[in-house]
Design a protein around this ligand. Structure first.
Ligand SMILES: [Zn+2]
Ligand SMILES: [Zn+2]
Ligand SMILES: [Zn+2]
Length: 518
């Protein structure tokens, strides 16, 4: 075992202490964890373990597999390469869990966010096979909010009070005050909770959230129609003049409703220049921002009643608060006043994409629990109705058939991060490129050669067509998930945190250097 490995792992841990009984104690760890950590650090296969752990980026729940695969050239029948988990230092192949959620696996979530960042930035600045002139196309950062489902406590600008004035009666039907004189600070528990939970419309909250993906879809259709009107072309021929591309993420607000944050880009005709052609000159980012606001305001969807007897159709739309701002890239000059930089926007979106309802919401919060309960109850009624009417057609065909299944996400069934097809590249392309690069680096290491990955970027990102000539035959068995001992889990976690700190320091250093150069 190398001294360097041991030192690196020790450095990731708190300083050990020896207490009265001369027992090793690592602050912050239970005795059984400390013991398991030390056992790993003095084990013979420490090096093998640390290689496997670093290869999966110190993932919290790695997946262990055993088996082998052979790659065959189908034109010649020749075996190109073969690989077996038996060659691995630990005797099994360890792969990342790949979870996007920060609360589940911080390292995999960071990798996901980094890929999202690359994907989003490529659609703003170009790069990663996206032409750089895409930066000249009008781009808007928009936030689409949910409407009010009842008054909730909130923070106000300039230290103003929460709800000092009653809009109607000073007391609601439940005898509660409709005003709140508090000035809520940021971590205040009251934030996002209803002023009166009995006045709050939980059923509409769940119904809105359920149809939020449909509202987004209608927004994109409406925006295309408004663009056609603005350009004076028939809606059916709009794609011959402009195309709309976007990347969007959903983010839970404290009140338990999602907001959509989206980058919306206007390109030229779909068929020209690989889909990234210049947009018509008469639409600037400022005009696009206004058209986006008009489109958001115009979106309507009539949601059917959840059940037949005592519910009504609801006309749904987005909230009246719409933020749509031009994003200025270095090359674009049509709105120098806008302060949003592409890096900022890509960073926001990447960060939001790693959260789920369960992460942003606190399980003890009575408001969020009531939303979940409402979704659950409505879902159960839909199932009961279905059973009572003789199970006609599959339950999934009913508009609210799967509502109960999404109760844990507070009724939101959409994807957290989505993009239109030609926004930029795909996550799949980025992941395949990384795997190819890792393979090339490993091969070069073995041969003692150096390799210029930057020069190979386009090749690495190329859409895969080599399975036409090679065939991979493999047989793999899943053995288990997670680290084998609490010591290994603790070491992986500490090493991941240390690696993260190291990356942040390096990023700060780089930033300081570039500002100095300017
Ligand atoms: Zn992981
Ligand atoms: Zn308040
Ligand atoms: Zn009330």
């Amino acid at each position: 075992m190398s001294l360097q490995t041991v030192n690196a792992l020790w450095a990731a841990l708190p300083r050990p202490r020896f207490d009265d009984q001369n027992v090793l104690h690592l602050p912050g760890y239970e005795a059984h964890e400390s013991k398991a950590i030390v056992a790993r650090l003095v084990s013979d296969d420490l090096d093998a373990w640390s290689v496997a752990a670093s290869r999966v980026g110190y993932c919290s729940n790695p997946v262990h597999l055993v088996g082998s695969s052979t790659t065959i050239d189908t034109t010649t029948g020749e075996v190109v390469s073969s690989y077996s988990s038996a060659e691995e230092p630990l005797g099994s192949t360890v792969v990342r869990c790949g979870n996007r959620r920060e609360s589940v696996c911080p390292p995999c979530s960071r990798l996901y966010a980094a890929d999202m960042f690359q994907l989003i930035r490529a659609g703003v600045r170009g790069g990663k096979t996206v032409p750089e002139q895409v930066a000249d196309n009008p781009l808007v950062f928009a936030t689409l909010t949910a409407p009010s489902m009842g008054q909730v406590h909130g923070t106000r600008d300039n230290g103003r009070r929460c709800r000092p004035h009653a809009t109607g009666q000073p007391r609601c039907a439940h005898g509660r005050s409709t005003t709140c004189m508090a000035v809520h600070a940021d971590g205040d528990e009251a934030l996002g909770k209803p002023v009166c939970a009995d006045c709050y419309d939980y059923a509409s909250h769940v119904v809105w959230q359920w149809w939020a993906p449909e509202l987004w879809r209608r927004f994109t259709i409406t925006l295309r129609r408004i663009l056609a009107q603005h350009l004076g072309v028939p809606a059916t021929r709009q794609h011959e003049v402009v195309t709309v591309q976007y990347a969007k993420v959903a983010e839970y607000q404290r009140r338990g409703l999602v907001h959509f944050h989206a980058l919306i880009r206007l390109d030229g005709p779909r068929e020209a220049e690989g889909g990234f052609a210049p947009a018509p000159r008469q639409i600037t980012a400022t005009i696009l921002a206004r058209l986006v606001r008009d489109a958001v305001a115009a979106v309507r969807f009539t949601a059917p009643p959840v059940h037949d007897h005592d519910d009504v159709p609801r006309v749904l739309g987005f909230g009246s608060q719409v933020d749509a701002r031009p994003v200025t890239t270095a090359r674009r000059t049509d709105d120098p006043g806008a302060a949003l930089s592409p890096e900022q926007v890509a960073g926001y979106l990447a960060k939001y994409a790693t959260k789920a309802a369960a992460d942003t919401t606190d399980h003890t919060n009575p408001h969020l629990r009531r939303i979940q309960r409402t979704a659950d109850q409505l879902g159960r009624r839909v199932e009961d109705d279905w059973v009572a009417t003789g199970r006609q057609g599959p339950l999934t065909d009913r508009p609210y058939g799967l509502l109960g299944k999404w109760a844990h996400e507070l009724g939101f069934r959409g994807h957290f991060a989505t993009k239109s097809r030609r926004y930029s590249i795909t996550l799949g392309q980025l992941r395949r490129a990384r795997r190819r690069a890792q393979q090339l680096v490993a091969d070069a290491n073995r041969r003692g050669e150096t390799i210029d990955l930057a020069a190979m970027e386009a090749q690495l990102l190329a859409v895969d067509d080599d399975h036409t000539t090679t065939l991979v035959i493999g047989s793999w068995t899943y053995t288990h998930t997670g680290w084998d001992t609490p010591g290994d889990a603790a070491l992986a976690k500490a090493a991941a945190a240390a690696a993260r700190e190291h990356d942040q320091e390096r990023a700060a250093q780089r930033k300081a250097e570039t500002t100095k150069e300017k």
